[in-house]
Design a protein around this ligand. Structure first.
Ligand code: RIB
Ligand code: CA
Length: 309
């Protein structure tokens, strides 16, 4: 069997960058569609172009929506740096994004690679929601959808406690996707917390002498330092975990299928992912919720993407 074909929606972002390195090391990346989220679109597009240039890939980059569907939201520059890549002051890439909008590119590529694509959504779901509104038959042509997002028991990472960033940044977009996509794999923030990477392990990998390790060491320095000062015991790499699940579905050692919906209006809870654990409402399970993965295999995928394993 040939390599997996991936279509990745991303808001680079430090952990996005690690996931994109993993994707290019282990799969065939058809395109990157770029979202606003961690930082604004000009930065996320520029970061994607710089990363692709750094690893010598020819992956096309498509810019998406510059704002959430309905309400404005706070970014995550405090985690990733004002530019989203650790404010290293890197020389911008000379490459350009494609002229086609990400939502239209997603639809076109879903036809060009009908039935073959694994769609990895590791950003706010604005672009995917827009594509779904343009063409509700999209899910029929996508082999698998893996979403990094949510906090299934309410342990989120935003100023609204139960909300995780990707869902909380654009809850309406998440609602569109969760309420229309028949079945998707969900890798949430709580799984990310269970599968952190030791700082020392990451630092050992980043000592590898190659372009991707050097680049990721530079752009992640600020995030690694910030994570330590927050007193977190390990480095959280949410998108890398979702990418590992996309690349190797059998890496999952425990998962549950349940219906998940998105809260849109709660003062304290807007953006929360609400799981019907006991199927009280009788809705079909739309989410395959990843609870645990094989940590050794996960870390091996990351290490090899950094040329360290
Ligand atoms: O909550 C983690 C998610 O939000 C990751 O995708 C990270 O890149 C940020 O976008
Ligand atoms: Ca992301």
């Amino acid at each position: 069997m040939g390599k997996l074909k991936l279509l990745i929606d991303t808001d680079p972002g430090v952990d996005d960058a690690l996931a994109i390195l993993m994707a290019h090391r282990h799969a065939d990346v058809v395109a990157l569609s770029i979202a606003t989220g961690n930082v604004r679109l000009a930065h996320t597009v520029g970061n994607a172009l710089k990363l692709i240039e750094t690893i010598g890939a020819q992956t096309p980059v498509f810019a998406g929506c510059a704002t959430p569907l309905v309400l404005a939201a706070a970014d995550a520059a405090f985690v990733h740096g004002a530019d989203g890549f650790g404010d290293t002051g890197y020389l911008p890439s000379t490459r350009q994004a494609e002229s086609e909008h990400a939502a239209q590119a997603i639809l076109r590529l879903s036809h060009a690679h009908a039935g073959e694509l694994v769609f990895v959504a590791m950003a706010p779901l604005t672009n995917l929601a827009l594509a779904l509104k343009l063409d509700a038959t999209l899910p029929q042509r996508i082999a698998r959808l893996v979403i990094m997002g949510g906090a299934v028991t309410g342990c989120g990472n935003t100023h609204r406690v139960p909300a995780e960033f990707n869902i909380g940044f654009d809850p309406e977009a998440a609602h569109v996707v969760f309420s229309t996509w028949p079945h998707f794999t969900l890798v949430d923030w709580e799984a990310t917390l269970r599968h952190g990477v030791a700082f020392e392990t990451m630092e050992r990998w980043l000592a590898a002498d190659n372009p991707q390790a050097h680049f990721f060491a530079a752009i992640s320095r600020r995030t690694r330092e910030w994570t330590r000062t927050r007193g977190r015991p390990r480095l959280m790499v949410a998108d890398a975990l979702a990418m590992a699940v996309a690349l190797q579905p059998d890496i999952v050692t425990r998962a549950e299928d349940h219906h998940v919906a998105v809260e849109l209006t709660g003062t304290l809870t807007r953006g929360a992912t609400v799981v019907d654990w006991e199927n009280r409402f009788g809705n079909a399970a739309n989410a395959h919720i990843v609870m645990e993965v094989d940590q050794v295999r996960f870390e091996a995928l990351v290490a090899s993407a950094l040329g360290a394993g």
